[in-house]
Design a protein around this ligand. Structure first.
Ligand SMILES: [Zn+2]
Length: 397
């Protein structure tokens, strides 16, 4: 299986990356000047289009050491030591940076830049994959800018962001831009069946329901709790007949997101805290009590965990709102006469009923209400307040 097999429905991007990888290989093996190779790339595309997956595949192709290359084979075999270790995240010269936090600051970025300037241990490329380049603070962007402007000869930066506008202007102007698109539901279903062994019927259903968002489709297919949460969200439009119902539905939506954040925290925080305590305690040899001067470090960790919890909660809520907007989009599609395009087939009856009982203008206003709520959350409006405002608007529309 070649590294590109995971990059679903993006043939134009794959062609460009494969050509660059071939030239990059020529640079390493024969010192040829790589005309199609670039040191800084910006992968953009809507959520679920597989930006990070494409960047990882490219990183693997850059590290490919398959003997077939000497026989004219393209780099990116998927099997050799270079490809394999990159894909599983253990290659010494490939750093994947993803963050649970809302922003990436100057200090972390300095560490990265230092790392990027090292020559590759494997003799090929030093690759840094920055999955959330849209989260760089302006200060961090300035630190990165210098590194991107004057890269070490064998350093490659792969930045990912939802859209060009999400990357800092100074950075994006120095990067080669790749634009991924939302893959078709068929392409997503195919990869879920082929790679994840998901039963074809279920794969087709979740691929269609998530409209080509591959990670969400996979999560829905494999995670019962995610399916239940989604079902609860899709029942919301039937429950907002009166103001009490609106407020209750809002509270439940926010509570569910908080639960999700708590589940993540329980899994990760305690272990993290214990590890740090052990590391600090062990260094000072004091056993159970925390040594002097370590309170600040512990507090840093607590702050980080709190920010991560906020982000998980926001992400979960955002997903719920995406599902909800999809519901009203379905209602609108039915009203406009394209019944066969319903994405949320599991609630098709409710969608048809609401379509018959309301007008297209109302559906439009409801979609706008959901989008307005997402924007409010982006601006850090208190979640319950934003969601209550939304459910009340949905009812009044
Ligand atoms: Zn390979």
């Amino acid at each position: 299986m070649a590294v590109w097999d995971d990059v679903v429905g993006q043939s134009h991007v794959v062609a460009e990356l494969a050509a660059a990888a071939a030239d990059a290989d020529a640079v390493v093996t024969s010192g040829a000047a790589g005309s199609r190779m670039t040191h800084a790339w910006l992968f953009t595309g809507p959520p679920g289009s597989g930006r990070a997956t494409a960047a990882r595949a490219f990183a693997a192709a850059l590290q490919c050491v398959s003997p077939d290359r000497a026989l004219g084979g393209a780099p990116g075999c998927g099997f050799c030591e270079g490809c394999h270790t990159t894909l599983v995240g253990t290659h010494a010269d490939v750093e994947f940076v993803r963050t649970d936090l809302l922003s990436i600051g100057v200090k972390d970025t300095r560490d990265l830049v230092r790392r990027a300037s090292m020559s590759p241990a494997g003799g090929r490329w030093q690759v840094i994959v920055l999955e959330d380049a849209d989260r760089l603070t302006e200060g961090a962007g300035n630190v990165l800018l210098k590194a991107v402007e004057e890269p070490a000869p064998r350093t490659v930066w792969l930045l990912c962001a939802p859209s060009v506008e999400d990357a800092l202007p100074t950075i994006r102007s120095r990067c080669r831009l790749l634009t991924l698109r939302t893959p078709s539901a068929e392409a997503v279903a195919d990869v879920l069946t082929r790679r994840d062994g998901i039963e074809p019927g279920l794969a087709a259903q979740v691929a269609w329901a998530t409209q080509g968002h591959i990670d969400r489709a996979r999560r829905l297919a494999t995670d019962e709790a995610a399916r239940e949460r989604r079902a609860a969200v899709l029942r919301l439009p039937m429950r907002i007949g009166d103001i009490g119902g609106c407020l209750r539905a809002a509270q439940e939506l926010v509570d569910a997101a908080a639960e999700d954040a708590k589940a993540v925290a329980e899994e990760v925080d305690a272990k993290e805290t214990e590890e740090l305590r052990a590391a600090l305690g062990a260094a000072a040899g004091t056993g159970g009590r925390m040594p002097r001067g370590t309170a600040g470090v512990m507090k840093d960790l607590a702050d980080r965990q709190k920010r991560r919890s906020t982000r998980t909660q926001r992400d979960t809520l955002d997903l719920a709102l995406t599902d909800l907007a999809g519901f009203y989009r379905d209602v609108l599609a039915v009203q406009l006469g394209s019944d066969e395009r319903i994405a949320n087939v599991e609630v098709a009856d409710g969608i048809r009923r609401l379509a018959a009982d309301s007008r297209p203008e109302q559906s439009l206003r409801r979609i706008e209400a959901v989008l307005a709520c997402r924007e409010a959350l982006d601006r850090n409006v208190a979640p319950l307040l934003a969601v209550e405002a939304m459910t009340l608007t949905l009812r009044a529309a």
